[in-house]
Design a protein around this ligand. Structure first.
Ligand code: LMR
Length: 411
């Protein structure tokens, strides 16, 4: 008797393995590395001083509340929980001086689709854009998050790159960025990182966002803001400066946000795709198309994590706990950056102080792909290939060894 695999009916025999993911694949290799001194600076997951990715206290409290109050595990609507959507909009757009919701929220010209994480939000955006604006090209910073090009390619959209970093890769070259935008066509999509640029930690200043708003209007572009780290640089409101600048300039905007990092809800997959239109009517029409993209993909989003986020965002007490915890995260990241700079400057001739000017969890270290490979192969130190370091993976137990090894490969 012949087995299925030996007949010409075998579908999978000829498959070659796909290359591992450039971020999550490294994380898997790290887990399999037997070296007890291994150091993981790969995936963008916050770690505390003891190397643990903690569950936020506000989430623990919300979980307890939810056990008593949740009455059903039935499906959510296709675009998720309306309470969650409203809470997301209030977080992104903030309130005016009197504490009143932003005009965008009051006029209902924003719609939100709850998504499985920030990646899910980006894919919803890609599917919607491909469906309704198939000729739009998506402009990505060079460099950008490694998954961006693949997400938009999978949605069937063409991607282009705009310049971002200066020649020594330590800061922004805004003139070069603006010059690249001269190549855009009306109707193209401009992907911007709301804050804590991934992978560089190099952000636009408030003035540069203003200038960009004028360029976006003049060149008739659609801004798509990836906002995965709100609260990780200066604060929830402060980190939304890009969003508020573009929105207050009267532009239509799409925003992909995530609670993976700022509420530590990584595995719960809690994100949102928010679209701001000129009117409530156009926002509603856009939502109907967004919903049809979601229905054929995962039907409707997961419930639990979004319920936790909603509980924290809509309860003053839980919000206070959250804000304090986020402040602690920011303080630790800034402290680690300073320590890293001090330790490196003691060991190397090159000046590492630019690392203190970068925002959020990631730094562009300046390490070459060869040096990154050497660190992994010889010292079990795992860094993403482009030289991106997750600074939250550095702690007092590993900083000496890390800096010694980096100094060695740079010598
Ligand atoms: C990262 O950039 O490491 C994170 O956003 C996690 C991921 O999915 O890549």
């Amino acid at each position: 008797m012949t087995t299925a695999a030996s007949t010409s009916n075998s579908f999978f025999d000829s498959l070659e393995s796909a290359p591992p993911d450039s971020i999550l694949g490294l994380n898997e290799s790290f887990k399999n590395d037997p070296n007890p001194d291994k150091i993981n600076l790969t995936v963008g997951v916050y770690q505390d001083e003891s190397g643990v990715t903690p569950i936020f206290e506000c989430i623990k409290l919300a979980e307890k509340q939810l056990v008593d109050t949740e009455s059903s595990k039935s499906y959510l609507p296709i675009n998720g929980s309306p309470e969650f959507g409203l809470a997301v909009q209030k977080l992104l757009f903030g309130t005016d001086d009197q504490g009143t919701d932003h005009e965008i929220v009051r006029s209902k010209r924003a719609v939100t689709a709850q998504s499985p994480g920030g990646t899910g939000a980006l894919r919803i955006a890609g599917d919607f854009l491909q469906k309704k604006f198939p000729n739009s090209r998506v402009w990505l910073s060079a460099p950008t998050w490694a998954n961006h090009p693949a997400i938009f390619a999978a949605a069937g959209l063409e991607t282009k790159n705009y310049s971002y970093l200066n020649s020594d890769k330590t800061g922004l070259d805004f003139d070069a960025m603006k010059a690249s935008l001269d190549e855009t066509r009306p109707g193209d999509v401009l992907l911007l990182h709301g804050c804590c640029h991934n992978p560089t930690g190099v952000d636009l200043s408030a003035d540069q966002w203003q200038e960009l708003a004028a360029i976006i209007r003049q060149r008739q572009l659609l801004p798509l803001i990836d906002c995965a780290y709100q609260g990780f640089n200066a604060g929830i409101e402060e980190d939304a400066v890009g969003i508020s600048t573009l929105c207050n300039a009267g532009l239509e905007v799409m925003i992909c946000s995530s609670f993976s990092k700022n509420l530590g809800l990584y595995g719960e997959r809690v994100g949102a795709m928010t679209l701001v239109a000129d009117s409530e009517k156009s926002a509603k029409a856009a939502l109907s198309h967004i919903k049809s993209c979601i229905r054929v993909n995962y039907s409707n989003p997961p419930k639990h994590g979004a319920a936790l986020a909603t509980a924290v965002l809509s309860d003053d007490g839980l919000r206070d706990v959250w804000f304090k915890e986020l402040a602690g995260v920011r303080a630790r990241i800034k402290q680690v950056r300073s320590q890293f700079v001090q330790e490196m400057n003691r060991r190397c001739e090159s000046d590492f102080s630019f690392i203190e000017n970068q925002n959020g969890m990631f730094s562009f270290s300046g390490l070459t792909p060869l040096q990154v490979d050497q660190l992994r192969n010889e010292y079990s130190i795992y860094i993403v290939g482009v030289g991106r370091i997750n600074v939250a993976g550095i702690n007092s137990n590993n900083i000496e060894r890390l800096c010694d090894c980096i100094a060695k490969v740079m010598a």
